[in-house]
Structures are given as structure tokens and as C-alpha cells.
Write a protein that binds this ligand. Sequence first.
Ligand code: CA
Length: 665
Amino acid sequence: MKLKHLLILPVLTAVGCQQVQRNSYDAYDEYPVPEGDWEEMVYAPEATKFALWAPTADEVSLKLYAEGQGGEPVRTLSMKEDDGGLWRATVEGDLNGQFYTFDVKVDGAWLGDTPGVWAKAVGVNGDRAAVIDLDDTDPQGWDKDVRPELKSFADIIIYEMHHRDFSIDSLSGIVHGGKFLALTEAGTRSARGQKTGIDHLKELGVTHVHILPSFDYSSVDETRLDVPQYNWGYDPKNYNVPEGSYATDPYDPEVRIREFKQMVMALHQAGIRVVMDVVYNHTAVTEGSNFERTVPGYFYRQNPEGGWANASGCGNETASEREMMRRYMVESVKYWVEEYHVDGFRFDLMGIHDLTTMRAIRKALDEIDPSIYVYGEGWAAGSPQWPADSLAMKNNIDRLAGVAAFSDEFRDSLRGPFGNDGLGAFLAGLEGHEAGIRFGLAGGVEHPQVNAGAAHKVPKFWALQPTQFISYVSCHDDMCLADRLKATMPDASPAVRTALHKLAETAVLTSQGVPFIFAGDEVMRDKSGVHNSYNSPDSINAIRWELKAKNREVFDYVCGLIDMRRHHPAFRLGDADRVRECLEFLPVKEANVVAFRLKGAPAGDTWQDITVILNARSRSTAIDLPEGTWQVVARDGRIDARRGLGTMPGGQVSVGPRSALILHR
Ligand code: CA
């Protein structure tokens, strides 16, 4: 393998009184690494200590600034090389409130200012790191913040949300639209009196809010927040600092940190856990990134030609298998848990990371709190430069205990394939997707009545446990559900699409996998048909809260499904053997119908025998039920798990078009 920036010419460097000849390294794994933990900046009122890992540097300078941008350094210091590739400097006096950068010289060339790879506080746009005392950023009551109880991963219901989508609508009644603080505002109402913001989340009943990238990313100019700017944020700049555009003041390094913590605390008080979307698989830029300005070449994989590997499709892919990148990822997630009380992580393009690293992350999180949930995209945008059998791809999830992956198979079996927005599947009335629906309802685990080979794109039963399987029909990527139904059934009436919307959510929320809802789908939000809305304006991406009143019946239906799932553990058995034991698919007479029974629910549940029938046909279908009196829970687009919708006798029963029938006895 040809490696860039590897051979370092022997240089004589003064370390104390000794003369040390610098090494040249033949491979990245020969780079010296620090033993144990260290921090790039440790503040104390008496003195601040700096330590940068830069094993290939000839020289490293530390620049101190009065401001987060502009102006010349107030001081420039030469750092001294120490063991393990670390360069150190200690600055006497109280530096609180100052900013700093490093500049690293490699092969005789200065690489340019960087806040380092481990900045924990930054100025505007994240170009300079800041010296602060993190204790000063704790909001009042932070020491009493606790994670809401979670007994099992099976109990999780995820709500995937972008800050700006969720609260920027002027009719949301939210003061801090598009900010972390939006999620701290209780009592907000839409213009038509519907609950919005955190009250909406409580009303919906989700257990986890998954926030789209909220670490410091590049694409939004934090100095121009007077003009609307939008980006999903999959363009990382500083992995260990909150994004400035979501703070009320991106210039003051403490504000973004404090407000992120306020958000977490408010959600915890509402009984909701917080999942961070993390994007360690690539950086926004390669040349000029903090990684490249510190240890050139090391943090990224190279292709056989010596160029940058690019399985992210974004210009580079990181090298988790290298010791210091692996340690970086492990320490970074631990930091978000310990400093910010984050409760879970969603790994973007997790298939780029190696299995050993993901196992190390799971282990490190288990040592803190095993209820922290980890899931990711079990794929990459291209072929990573690492052996396929050693990557955290979906096919290897059965070798990655305690980590879940998204099921694109269940998603596509419901709504249609990725890359062809106009093509539908089960929901659109196309035949042949029943096996994929059954695969998803069983949470991806091996089941005697599921033919994985017949299911769309299913390589195998890849989940060992149903809690390793994320069940969803839409997310921020691609069209949202309302748009997809419109695209695949352009002639369908609004009433038909509404019915199918409910049917889709029924499949997701009665799956043994972990259900995942894209924010706004519960009120039938749309994105004007835009598939990749990563930088579309608010007019495309914002949830228009007037929809909650307009589509209240859909919202109530989704609330009803969540309420049913939360109160009846048969829908979330959480164990593959229990799924095989309790979940039985029932014979059906026609295509586009899937029916199942859940028997022998956990003790204490009054629903010991449940039947769910999903009918995507445009006409009613008949199904044979065992004799007896069945309590109806959902029928013809209505649901009431608490009081029920009356009773019906067994024998042959009719299930209305494009609807679910849920019964128990
Ligand atoms: Ca930023």
C-alpha cells in the first residue's frame, strides 16, 4: 500500500537537553501513540496545558487569540515534543475566554491553523478552539439530570428530527425556532391551538428523539444567521462541540454548550431520551480538515492508487481501524455521554467503520450505561477500502451484539425502492412484497414462516435479535411518506393516501423491530416532493404546524398505535426466540394482505391473543379467524387501544380496503 506523508526525514530536535533523532515510519501503525488518556487542552486558573498528537510533525506552534475570528495572535508559542507523538505546552496565567489554534509543520511545510481534532469549545464557525471551564456551562439543575428509565431496547420508539424542520415554522408558537432551546419550551401551541414542540413529543409518546447532526458542521455560515440557511449537517468540522447555528449566540463558546445541555435536560424531564446522529465516517473537507492539518494521511483511508478512498461519497472515508482513529471515536461518544448526557447514537454510514471499533464503542458505552442505544446505517455509499467481512455492514450485524441497523428491506417493501421515487410496493398495491413485509414485522430475525430469499433485497436474516432491527418507512433521506405515496400513486385521492399513510405506520409500529418515525410524518408533512432536501430551504423542509389540525385524524391514529405498543408488550417481545414462539403468520387468500397473530404475551398483559391484518388492496379482503368474541382495537383507519371499537365474532371476517384490522381476545 502506498501511503502519503509517511517518510519523515531524520531531523534533529531538541527535547530538554537531549538530542533525539526523529523516526521515519513505514506504516501508520508504526506511529507512536500516547499511553492512556490525554486532553488537547486542560484549563485551570493558574495555567492551561496543551497537548497535541502530531507524531509526524517537525514543529508545532500554539497561537493564542483574544477573539474567535480575525486579528493576529496575542502570543505564539513553540510546543515541545514528548512521548507518544504528543507535543506539549503549558501557559501560565488564567486563559479563560481566550482562543487558540495549533499550526503543525510536516516535511518542512506549515499545514495551517487548526483548533485541533479534540476542541471541546470553539468560536464562531469552529475555526478556533476556546479556553473555557466546562463546569461554567452546566445549566442550573444539571447535576440532577438523569436518563429517563428504559428497561429494554424493545421499548424504544424513535423520532428522527432536524432542529430547523421541527421548530422554524412561524406558526409553531415556538420562540427559539430552529435552535436547541426550541426543545426546552413548554406550553407552545400552533395558531390553531395544537400542541407543538416538546409538548407535541410528549403527546405523541415517543421514547427517543434522534437529532440530526448537532455537532459543529461546516455548511451553515454562523456569522450570517440573519439570513435563513439550511443543511442537514452531514459535513463534520469539530466532532466534539455543538453546532453554533443552533445556539442563540455562536460567538460565545459557552452558549452552544449550555443550550445543548438545556435541551437534553428538558427532554429528559419530559421522559424522552436523546440520540445523536454521529458522522465519524467522513469530514466535510479532506485537505485542510482538522485531521489533515494535524497528522496528514493518518485519519483517512487511501485507495490503491494512493488517493483518498471515498466510500462516503463525500470525498473521503475515515480509517477507524487505525488505533488513534478508533480511540478517537470511542472517546468522542464517551464524551457526549459524560459531558452532555446523550443517551444513544445513530452512526451515519456505519458500514464504513470496522467491526472492532463498533464493538469497542459498544463496550465503552456498556461500562457507562448499557441502556445507551446504538444503531446505524449498515451500508456505505461506495466500497470501503477495508475487507467487507470486517465492516459494520448490515450483513455483519449478527456479529455485532448490541448494535442495530436500519432495515431498508422493510422500508422498500412498504414504499418502494431507493433510487426510483415513482415506483411503489406493498402500499401502492403492487404484488410480491408480502415476504418483505413479513420479514420486517418479525424484526429481521430468523422465523420459520418468513422466506428471506423471497423478500426484496434481503440477503439473510441479519438480525440476531429484533432490537438490532430498525423498522421504518421513511427518514430524512429520500421522500417523506406523504410525498412518496403521492409519487407512487399520482391518481390516488387524498382519502386513499391518508388511509395508506395510516397503514404504513401500522406496519412500522406493530413490527417486532424498533420503530422509527420521521418527524412530521405523524401529521403527514411533505417536502414538496424533494427527494434529497439536504440544503433545501425552510419552505421545503419545515414542518408546517397547521398540518396537525388539518390531519389530526392521522396524528391521533399514530398516537393510538404508540399507546397500544407501549401498553402491550406482545408488540415488542425483544427476543428472537420469543418472536418465533409468539408470532404466527396467518394464511391469507389474496395478494397484498399480511396477517399475524401474537399469542402468549408476557404475563400481566390482558391481551393474550392478538391478531393484526394489514390489507393494502383497494377492496376488502376476507380472512378466517378462530371462533370466539374478538375485541376490535383498530378498524377502517380508526384505533382505540384503551376502550376498543366494539366486538366481532370469529369465523370469516372482512378487512376494509387499505386499512388494518387489529383485534384481541
Ligand atoms: Ca458550524
